[in-house]
Design a protein around this ligand. Structure first.
Ligand SMILES: [Zn+2]
Length: 579
C-alpha cells in the first residue's frame, strides 16, 4: 500500500480525554476514532490489526475443533427471562424496544442464544461434544466508559460455547480451550498469566481469566511466590489467622465499656489499647428487590484490620451484585438496632448476619455494643453471637498467605483479555437444553463458555509494546510488516529503488507500506515510529549506490545495507516473527 493513497490521519497532539498509552497512541496513529463516549470505529490500519488478531483466534479455534457461526447482536428479552438474567443483570444490560414495544437487549454475551440454538437442534448424545463460536460486536452500557478500547460500551469479542454430555466431557473441552488460549495470546505477543477467577455472577464450577500483565490494568491479581497458585484478588481465598492469642485462651466475660467518640477501628483500638487484630469491624448493607424496595438488611463482620471483599459477600448472599448496596445508617439503624460506628454482632435483630470465617476462631474480641459511645469486650463467636452465614469474606492482600502452600502472596495488575468458564448445567437446566443418552434417558447438556476481548487485546498489546515515540507491533499483528520510507519521492533514482524493494517484498508475501508522501523526511520517520511498523527501510541519498538504511522498530540501531541484503533481512525477520 502506498501511503500517499491511504486514508490516514496521524495526530501530533495527545487527545485530551486519553490517559493510557494504548488510548493515546491508537488515536494519534489514526487507528481508532471515537464516535461517542465508549464507542469507537476502526480506521484502515487499526482494522488490519483487528483482523490479524481475529485470524489468529480463528485459526486456533478451528484447529481445536470449534465451528464458527454468527448470531445476531439483538436478543429477545424472553430468552433472558427464561435464564433469569433479565432481572439479574443490572443497568449494564443495554435494553431496547422495537416499534411494537417488544423488549430486546444488545447482547453483552450469548449464553441464552447459543443454548436456545442447541436445545432446538441437538437431541442425541451422538451430536455431542460440540463447540460453537463467533466473533462479533458486544454491548455493555458501562457507567463510566474509559481508557479507549479498554473499557468501552461496544467491543469486539470472540465467544465460544462448548456442549458436552457430562462433567468429564466439559473438563476435556475446557482444557482444549485453555490450551488454545495460551497459543492465541502467545501468538499475539502478550505476556500474560492465567489466574483462577470468580464464577459468582454467571454461576459455574470453575473459571480462569487470562490477564495481560500491565501496571495500567484494572484487574488485580495475587500469585504465590513459591507455588503456581494465582487468582484474581476477588477470587483468592483468605487464610484464617487461627493463632492470634491462641485458641485455647480462657473465654472472658462479656462486658460493656464506655468508649466515647470512637467510631473507627483505629479510635477504639487506641482508646482500649488493644491491637486492631483484637477488634471486630462492622459493615452495613441493604439488599433491594427488583422494585427498589428493601428486601432485607445485612450486617457483615470481620477482623478490624481486614477489608471486606464485596464479590465474596455478594456471592455468599446469592444476590445480584447491583442489588446489594452500602446501607443508609439511619434506615438500617431503626430497622435492626445497629448504631453507626458502634455496631456489633451481639443484640442485632432483623438483619442477616454474615461473619468472616476467621472470627469463629478468635477469642475475646472487641465489638460495638449497638449503643452510642459503647463497645463490648470479651466477645466470642458461638457463645455471644452466631452467624446466618459463616464464610470467607475478607480481601486478601499482598503478603498474606497462599491458601495452597502458605508462602507469601505477591500482587500484580493486568488487563483481562480472556476468560474460560465451566458453566455446567445452569443454562441447559433452566432453559431445557437436553439430550437423550443410549438408553433414551434425558439429561441436561453440560456447558462451558469461553471469551476473548478482541479489541481489548489490541489495546493490551499496545500497553505492552510501545515506547515514547509510539507503538511497537509484534510482527504477528502488525498492520504492515515493513515500511519503506522514501526520502525524496520526486527523485527518480530513489523512487525506482523504493518501488523495486516494494515489489520484491510483496512478491514474497511481505505486507509493505511505501511512504511516498510529499512530506519532510522527519515527519515520515516520526509517523513510522508512531505507527509501529516492525521494519523500516529508508531509501535516500545512497540509493544510487545501491545502499539503503535498515532499522527495526524494537531497536535504536540502524545499519546501511545493500538493497538485496535489506530485502533478505526483512524477509527473514518477518518470517521468524510469524512463526
Ligand atoms: Zn503457594
Amino acid at each position: 500500500m502506498r501511503l500517499s493513497k491511504m486514508h490516514i490521519n496521524t495526530l501530533r497532539e495527545v487527545p485530551g480525554e486519553a490517559e493510557l498509552p494504548s488510548h493515546i497512541f491508537l488515536l494519534r496513529a489514526g487507528m481508532i476514532r471515537k464516535l461517542v463516549s465508549g464507542v469507537y470505529g476502526f480506521m484502515p490500519l487499526g482494522y488490519r490489526v483487528i483482523r490479524k488478531i481475529e485470524e489468529i483466534v480463528r485459526e486456533e479455534m478451528d484447529m481445536s475443533g470449534a465451528q464458527e457461526i454468527h448470531m445476531s447482536a439483538i436478543q429477545p428479552s424472553e430468552l433472558w427471562k427464561e435464564s433469569g438474567r433479565w432481572t439479574a443483570m443490572g443497568p449494564e444490560l443495554w435494553r431496547i424496544r422495537d416499534r411494537h414495544d417488544r423488549e430486546f437487549c444488545l447482547g453483552p454475551t450469548h449464553e441464552e442464544i447459543f443454548t436456545d440454538i442447541v436445545r432446538n437442534e441437538v437431541n442425541s448424545y451422538r451430536q455431542l461434544p460440540l463447540n460453537l463460536y463467533q466473533i462479533q460486536n458486544k454491548y455493555r452500557d458501562e457507567a463510566r466508559p474509559r481508557f479507549g478500547l479498554m473499557r468501552s460500551r461496544e467491543f469486539i469479542m470472540k465467544d465460544a460455547y462448548s456442549f458436552d454430555r457430562d462433567e468429564a466431557g466439559l473438563e476435556k473441552s475446557y482444557d482444549i480451550m485453555y490450551e488454545a488460549y495460551e497459543r492465541i495470546f502467545d501468538r499475539c505477543g502478550l505476556t500474560y498469566r492465567p489466574v483462577e477467577a470468580d464464577t459468582g455472577a454467571i454461576g459455574g464450577s470453575g473459571s480462569h481469566e487470562f490477564i495481560a500483565l500491565s501496571e495500567v490494568g484494572e484487574s488485580d491479581i495475587l500469585y504465590c511466590t513459591s507455588c503456581n497458585h494465582a487468582a484474581t484478588s476477588e477470587q483468592m481465598p483468605g487464610v484464617d489467622d487461627i493463632v492470634a492469642d491462641g485458641a485455647t485462651d480462657a473465654l472472658e466475660e462479656l462486658k460493656t465499656v464506655d468508649t466515647p467518640d470512637t467510631k473507627t477501628i483505629e479510635e477504639v483500638a487506641t482508646f482500649l489499647d488493644v491491637p486492631k487484630e483484637k477488634t471486630i469491624k462492622a459493615i452495613l448493607l441493604t439488599v433491594y428487590d427488583d422494585d427498589g424496595g428493601v428486601k432485607y438488611h445485612v450486617t457483615a463482620f470481620l477482623r478490624g484490620d481486614r477489608e471486606l471483599n464485596m464479590i465474596k459477600l455478594v456471592n455468599a448472599l446469592k444476590e445480584p451484585e447491583h442489588m446489594v448496596v452500602m446501607a443508609d445508617e439511619a434506615i438500617i439503624g431503626d430497622a435492626t438496632g445497629a448504631v453507626g460506628g458502634f455496631t456489633g454482632p451481639v443484640g442485632l435483630h432483623d438483619a442477616k448476619i454474615i461473619v468472616d470465617s476467621e472470627l469463629e476462631h478468635l477469642p475475646n474480641m472487641v465489638a460495638g455494643a449497638n449503643e452510642l459511645d459503647q463497645h463490648m469486650t470479651g466477645v466470642n463467636y458461638g457463645r455471644d453471637y452466631k452467624a446466618d452465614i459463616l464464610i470467607d469474606i475478607k480481601q486478601v492482600q499482598e503478603g498474606d498467605k497462599c491458601p495452597i502452600c502458605g508462602a507469601p502472596l505477591a500482587q500484580a495488575r493486568g488487563i483481562e483479555v480472556g476468560q474460560v468458564f465451566k458453566l455446567g448445567t445452569k443454562y441447559s437446566a433452566s432453559m431445557g437444553a437436553l439430550y437423550k443418552d443410549e438408553n433414551m434417558q434425558e439429561h441436561p447438556i453440560v456447558m462451558g463458555c469461553y471469551g476473548i476481548g478482541v479489541s481489548r487485546t489490541m489495546a493490551a498489546i499496545v500497553e505492552q509494546h510501545h515506547d515514547d515515540n509510539g507503538i511497537i507491533w509484534p510482527v504477528s499483528v502488525a498492520p504492515y510488516h515493513v515500511i519503506i520510507t522514501l526520502v525524496k519521492p520526486d527523485d527518480k533514482e530513489q523512487a525506482a529503488v523504493a518501488d523495486d524493494i516494494y515489489e520484491k517484498l510483496q512478491s514474497k508475501g511481505v505486507e509493505v507500506l511505501l511512504d511516498d508522501r510529499d512530506d519532510r523526511a522527519g515527519v515520515k520517520f516520526k509517523d513510522a515510529d508512531l505507527l509501529g511498523i516492525p521494519v523500516r527501510i529508508t531509501v535516500g541519498k545512497k540509493a544510487g549506490e545501491g545502499v539503503v538504511e535498515y532499522k527495526l522498530r524494537t531497536d535504536a540501531d540502524r545499519s546501511e545495507l545493500s538493497i538485496a541484503t535489506a530485502i533478505e533481512s526483512a524477509l527473514t525477520y518477518v518470517t521468524d516473527g510469524l512463526r
